[in-house]
Design a protein around this ligand. Structure first.
Ligand code: FE2
Length: 426
């Protein structure tokens, strides 16, 4: 007896007519025509079953705070950071927990199964850390929440940031963060990378730094991050988030830099929605896009995962926990328009990001965790094209969110009919 059988699924590798049988939280069988009994049966109707979306870069201590205490008028990263400083002064643990749990519920409904969230450690009370540790425990049955100790004001620039970051790690935060381009000097930026990577190496933790989130082509902290990764034996466990200065760097320098990143097996996490919104704000025309060199990093063999970064907070007023919006924007800004490129953009919000977070048992495979999402689409490209409707979300073999397929009831003639966008063009 299985706990759940999903009938007639199409998988992301193109196989169709597949049944997925789940038992004890894992995928026990994956083949056509499973006839064994199950406590629950879900008809996928030939639609796409994907492993859950994974958001490798988010700020859950700030989410859904839009307008508190005021709006970001200039729209810049720096006004956002200043505004966040004002909000930090007044927000409470309970408020952050309430907003974060609300966001997690939305994320689950949108098929997100794991989120890596930075949490600001430049706060003597560690309000955000307390709140998100509580949220991590509250949501653990439905969502993997990985926390990054993030000294937002600079681990060297803020005099108590290092001690508070260490306190956060002692309290159970999972990953070491940083923001070298926000330190006072390039030298301090490099020093911050060194000491934070050493802190991670001592504790056996992963690293994910906001790195070179700038239009300054001379912001080259990713070079130091790759160097320290290799020196400390952290290969495969370090991510550079944003890396937007690479968009503006000299091509000759990049031809040296990318092989260094490959040697160090550093991962890259662009955040397309936020990068296209915040970068290039000091430009007149032509105006730079500011997204890092996604195609070149990917083609060199670097694991690239797209993050969402912000939803309704001091930096970004929009967003709805939709990783397909993120993939859609990354695809356009990166001009990733071939069939293979578009399919890869789906991987950038699923399997690539799972690898960056170090998730275990990920994927719709026999023996993997029974975590997946049923999308009203027939393949990965259509999922992005439609930002496909989430018909069901399964976690540990249990349906935790469900919704009827969306169709339009047309009455154009005397014979009404249902129009399913996911069937158009087939
Ligand atoms: Fe961020």
């Amino acid at each position: 007896m299985f706990d759940l059988i999903v009938k007639n699924a199409t998988l992301t590798d193109g196989r169709s007519g597949i049944d997925i049988a789940c038992r004890d939280g894992a995928i026990a069988a994956l083949e056509p025509g499973i006839t064994a009994p199950a406590k629950e049966v879900l008809d996928a109707g030939g639609y796409l079953v994907s492993p859950p979306f994974v958001d490798p870069h988010f700020h859950m201590d700030a989410t859904l705070s839009l307008g508190r205490p005021r709006m970001n008028v200039s729209g810049t990263l720096l006004e956002g950071i200043a505004l966040w400083g004002e909000l930090k002064e007044v927000q409470t643990v309970d408020e952050i927990v309430a907003r974060a749990v609300q966001y997690c519920e939305l994320a689950v409904a949108k098929g997100i199964g794991a989120i890596r969230s930075h949490v600001d450690t430049c706060d003597d009370r560690l309000t955000g850390v307390q709140a998100l540790l509580e949220v991590r425990a509250q949501v653990k049955d439905v969502l993997d929440l990985q926390l990054v100790a993030f000294p937002q004001d600079g681990v060297l620039r803020d005099p108590s940031a290092l001690q508070n970051t260490i306190r956060a790690l002692d309290m159970g935060v999972d990953v070491v963060g940083g923001i070298p381009h926000f330190e006072r000097t390039m030298a301090d930026g490099a020093e911050s990378v060194r000491l934070l990577c050493e802190l991670a190496a001592e504790r056996g933790l992963r690293v994910d730094m906001h790195c070179d989130e700038s239009d300054d082509p001379l912001s080259r902290h990713i070079e130091t991050l790759a160097f320290e990764t290799q020196r400390l034996g952290l290969q495969g466990r370090v991510a550079g988030s944003h890396l937007t200065s690479m968009h503006s760097m000299d091509n000759y320098y990049v031809s040296k830099l990318i092989p260094l990143m490959v040697e160090a097996d550093v991962h890259a996490v662009p955040n397309p929605l936020i990068n296209i919104m915040l970068q290039g704000r000091h430009d007149s025309y032509p105006k730079r896009r500011g997204q890092t060199r996604v195609r070149e990093l990917r083609d060199a063999g670097i694991t690239v995962g797209f993050g969402s970064d912000c939803v309704m907070d001091p930096w970004y007023s929009l967003g709805k926990a939709d990783m397909l919006d993120v993939a859609f924007m990354g695809l356009h800004v990166g001009q990733l328009s071939s069939r293979a490129d578009m399919e890869w953009c789906f991987d950038a919000v699923t399997s690539n990001s799972a690898e960056i977070m170090g998730l275990e048992g990920y994927g719709v495979n026999k023996g993997a965790a029974a975590n997946f999402v049923l999308l009203q689409a027939s393949n990965k490209i259509d999922a992005i094209r439609l930002r496909a409707h989430r018909m069901a979300v399964v976690r540990k073999g249990r349906v935790i969110s469900r919704s009827e397929p969306v169709t339009h009831q047309l009455s154009l003639t005397d014979t009404p009919k249902d129009l399913d966008e996911a069937k158009i063009g087939q």
